[in-house]
Design a protein around this ligand. Structure first.
Ligand SMILES: NC(=O)c1ccc[n+]([C@@H]2O[C@H](COP(=O)([O-])OP(=O)(O)OC[C@H]3O[C@@H](n4cnc5c(N)ncnc54)[C@H](O)[C@@H]3O)[C@@H](O)[C@H]2O)c1
Ligand SMILES: [Zn+2]
Ligand SMILES: [Zn+2]
Length: 370
């Protein structure tokens, strides 16, 4: 079948839309007509940094759409179902079996390898193969082939064109608070960076009943939005020293913190602002080599933990429908982060995301009723 896809052939933020071929679903696969796809900073990183994924490739990993056809063994979804596509996992390794698919042993191959695990590719054009399967979807396209595992059925009364970012950025921030850190009512948290991931964490902290939610950024507009979405204290780190303010307000430090900025000095503050028996979650990184110093005495005496977090420890079949329910009840108003673009304006949307002009761009690809 032919389809339209944004094909990345280079290492810059330029993905012309081309007419390409996509295979029919294999036994465990699902063909989805894309309605809309979010843009995540991981798309931007993979597009611009060498060595993370092969070329040519179709990126996109926050897809939302309607199931068109399913393979012979698929039981979870059927044609006509509304689905959010999320990260892929193997389903067989020890972490998948423990219900932690975000830490799948095969994550490099299934999410970044550009091929199925048997080495075949799902997309091609007249000049040869095109890598697909990015996060098991490659959803910067009119259609995507997902695995049954990473196609998540969602309720039909929810606005499908809005839901794609639940598949990565939003489940990461919200899941970090509700799953990874398991914040309890009355506890405190500091969220460094108020992009899509950080703001999802702020909204989740409000849902969980945090007594103090510190939001730290260098953007006045984003900090104002953070306040609207639940932050009890906002800190502009260009004019205030976050660590001093957090210690002054809490006395002994926060129970939890998250770094979503990937800035060395910020990550260090995120670790240092955590009080006794608290945990700092590291969600973002700039490069594979990035590392920051940890004060051992302080970590030891406070019994402080520092941990990495991928995809908010989500079990997507359970967590994404839960986030949709929160949205429908008005408790998780992530539509405030979103700006819609036509699919044809993908390069503008990528540029706006990279330069911070849009918090969460979503590409409109087809209408729900098409
Ligand atoms: N671990 C995961 O599973 C996972 C999943 C999705 C995204 N991510 C990563 O999370 C990160 C955040 O994603 P996002 O979409 O929210 O990005 P974003 O760029 O919108 O958010 C980052 C925020 O940090 C702020 N910032 C930059 N420098 C700062 C400083 N010195 N002090 C304070 N704030 C500063 C920016 O103004 C911005 O608001 C990205 O690096 C992305 O790749 C990780
Ligand atoms: Zn992502
Ligand atoms: Zn696995």
């Amino acid at each position: 079948m032919t389809m339209r896809a944004a094909v990345l052939r280079d290492y810059k933020l330029s993905m012309p839309i081309e007419c390409v071929a996509i295979e029919e679903p294999r036994a465990d696969e699902v063909l989805v007509r894309m309605v809309a796809t979010g843009i995540c900073h991981t798309d931007i990183k993979v597009a611009t940094v060498q060595g993370l994924s092969p070329r040519p490739i179709v990126l996109g990993h926050e897809g939302a759409g309607i199931v068109e056809r399913v393979g012979a063994n698929v039981r979870k979804v059927q044609p006509g179902d509304h689905v959010v596509l999320t990260f892929d996992s193997c389903g067989r390794c020890p972490t998948c079996l423990e219900g932690k698919p975000a830490y799948c042993y095969e994550v490099r191959d299934v999410c970044f390898g550009g091929k199925r695990l048997d080495g075949s590719t799902t997309i091609s054009c007249d000049h040869g193969l095109i890598h697909g399967n990015f996060f098991g979807q490659s959803s910067f396209a009119s259609h995507a082939l997902a695995n049954e595992r990473n196609a998540i059925k969602v309720r039909k009364d929810a606005p499908l064109e809005l839901l794609g970012p639940l598949g990565c950025g939003l489940q990461t921030g919200a899941g970090a608070v509700l799953n990874s850190l398991n914040l309890r009512p009355g506890q405190t948290i500091a969220v460094f960076g108020t992009g899509a991931v950080g703001l999802a964490a702020v909204m989740a902290a409000r849902i969980a009943g945090a007594s103090k939610i510190f939001a730290v950024d260098i953007s006045v507009e984003r900090l104002e939005l953070a306040r609207e979405l639940g932050a009890t204290h906002i800190i502009n780190s260009q004019s205030e020293y976050p660590l001093a303010k957090i210690l002054a307000e809490t006395g002994r430090g926060v129970d939890y913190s998250l770094d979503t900025t990937a800035v060395d000095a910020v990550a260090v503050q995120a670790i240092d602002c955590v009080g006794p028996l608290g945990t700092c979650g590291l969600i973002a990184n700039k490069s594979p080599q990035q590392s920051v110093p940890v004060n051992i005495l302080s970590a030891m005496m406070k019994g402080r933990s520092v941990r990495g977090i991928v995809q908010g420890d989500s079990v997507p079949d359970l967590f994404i429908p839960r986030l949709v329910d929160f949205f429908m009840k008005g408790m998780f108003p992530f539509d405030k982060l979103v700006k819609f673009y036509d699919f044809e304006a993908i390069n503008q949307a990528l540029d706006d995301a990279e330069h911070g002009r849009t918090i969460k761009p979503i590409l409109r690809i087809s209408s729900v009723s098409a």
